[in-house]
Ligand binder design. Structure first.
Ligand code: SF4
Length: 402
């Protein structure tokens, strides 16, 4: 079993050396005006608390290192500026600047990723850990991360790798071919792009996913869902399953807690639904931020109405983390209540995570109510799904079971 990760730098490593530019939306808009940018590039509005435009001025290295790749979805602007079209932050970088996600730089008018082949975390995980409860249970996923994130979540679990530059952490020399070999050697069923925000190392993820698919492996995208339509369209052709965070159902909370926006995430769910990608949703219940029952009710009603009742929803218990290290853990009663709300709104499979022994760890047939999968940690002592159907009443259980 491979279990390795390198985390040797704090979230603010190097920041004092940088000039963090908190450019306003107005300024960003002014930069764009008169530039040859297509309409698709700037279709979302931004609020005052999101991080769009918070780029790192003059923070690019003097020269490219080995782990670089010319960035996809870039647009050349006047004065050798470049714009990134991967995520709704839509960074606009002058030569020598570094992106919001810290892994992309403008080198003399061309945008490069510095995270290509630079895996800073490599683990073999049960697929249930992602969490994916309705996708090839009892298999393992060869899980990789490079540094970078498009959000600034106050409660980030992996800030040591998500909120740093590629140069700030030790990493493996692990290009796509080596990732696939590692997965095959570990007898994993899948490769998971996880831990940090894989969207920000899009080139590394997609090149690996192509090779993985050729080798008969599945591809798992574990993400905040903050991705623009064109790269998402490409990605949907490569992934087999996703777990996407629905961090709240409030744009205001998204801005405050995560530094992002709600609408693009909802768009991601709708696109994946339309494309037939198997996805599950995760909602981390952060006390004081994401624990309003009315909001949960509205969120679940939207899910059922827009995406249908069959995509599993995971409510996860929060534990003190990062900048919210003084908050208490989520009360278990809150999670139980939210599960009840979601089920009464019509979602068929609703789980409670990070609470050992809770009935919401298990899968219960939405038709007959019998126990289909019992989970104890990542072990599965009871398994009553046969050929994708309930072993008791023969109802089709949504998911990918073999
Ligand atoms: S992927 Fe990174 S560089 Fe591209 S828009 Fe998002 S934050 Fe900016």
């Amino acid at each position: 079993m491979i279990e390795k990760s390198f985390k040797n730098a704090g979230p603010c490593a190097g920041v004092s050396r940088r000039k963090l530019i908190t450019g306003t939306c107005t300024l960003l808009g002014a930069c764009v005006m008169g530039s040859p940018v297509s309409a698709w590039f700037f279709s979302e509005s931004s609020g005052s608390e999101d991080i769009r435009g918070h780029i790192f001025k003059h923070d690019a290295p003097e020269k490219l290192w080995k782990w670089h790749k010319k960035a996809k979805y870039q647009k050349s602007l006047a004065n050798r500026r470049t714009a990134c079209g991967i995520c709704p932050n839509r960074c606009v970088l002058a030569p020598g600047d570094r992106s919001v996600c810290r892994s992309r730089v403008n080198m003399d008018g061309t945008l490069y990723s510095l995270a290509y082949g630079a895996a800073c975390a490599v683990h073999v995980d049960p697929v249930e850990k992602k969490p994916l409860y309705h996708f090839k249970p009892r298999t393992t996923a060869f899980s990789i991360a490079a540094t970078g994130c498009s959000f600034r979540c106050l409660n980030c679990q992996n800030w040591q790798i998500s909120q740093v530059r590629p140069e700030d952490v030790r990493h493996y020399d692990m290009f796509p071919e080596q990732v696939v070999k590692g997965a095959m050697d570990a007898s994993a069923a899948s490769v998971a792009y996880t831990y940090s925000e894989a969207t920000t190392w899009f080139e590394y993820m997609t090149d690996t996913a192509r090779l993985a698919r050729e080798a008969g492996l599945s591809n798992l995208y574990i993400s905040n869902g903050y991705i623009n339509p064109k790269p998402l369209d490409e990605l949907c052709g490569l992934i087999d399953a996703a777990n996407v965070n629905l961090k709240s159902f409030s744009d205001k909370i998204y801005r405050k807690l995560n530094g992002g926006r709600l609408k693009p995430v909802l768009n991601t769910f709708m696109t994946m639904n339309r494309r037939g990608v198997h996805f599950e949703m995760t909602n981390l219940v952060v006390p004081g931020y994401v624990d309003d029952p009315d909001m949960v009710k509205r969120m679940c009603a939207w899910i059922v109405e827009t995406l249908g009742p069959d995509h599993p929803l995971h409510f996860l218990r929060f534990f003190p983390q990062y900048r919210l290290d003084r908050l208490a853990p989520t009360p278990v009663a809150t999670l139980t209540k939210f599960r009840d709300i979601a089920m009464s709104e019509g979602i068929h499979y609703v789980y409670v995570g990070n609470v050992p022994g809770h009935p919401g760890n298990n899968t219960w047939c939405h038709n007959c109510g019998k126990l289909l999968i019992e989970r104890r940690g990542y072990n599965i002592p009871v398994y009553n799904i046969k050929n994708g159907r309930c072993a008791f009443c023969n109802t089709v259980i949504p998911g990918v079971w073999s």
